[in-house]
Design a protein around this ligand. Sequence first.
Ligand SMILES: [Zn+2]
Length: 112
Amino acid sequence: MSVEPKSLIVSCESPSYAVVHASAEIGIQAPKDRPWYRLTLPASKKSQGSPYLYGVAWPFLVGRVQAAPGMCRCGRPLPDLVQYEVTFDTGTQRLYYLGQCAHCQTVYWSDA
Ligand SMILES: [Zn+2]
């Protein structure tokens, strides 16, 4: 997925702890040790996919920062975000978009 620089709002916050923890199962490297940045993307920019994650929700936030539009905090292009459906212990299902910078391993995410 390519993302147009003008289409992004970036803030530093993570999804629920369960999502962070379970993201290791789909290839996110050391997710608990990496910064997570939330992206707000237009629906047309989100790619499709349907892997599943499981866990228990435990929300937390780590603050807000500014980032250059379309660029990772390390200066490389943002990674592609892939859609995942998360099923919580409560049975609630929620869509997330996750991607990790191959250079600095910062994780980017968006919810549906
Ligand atoms: Zn990076």
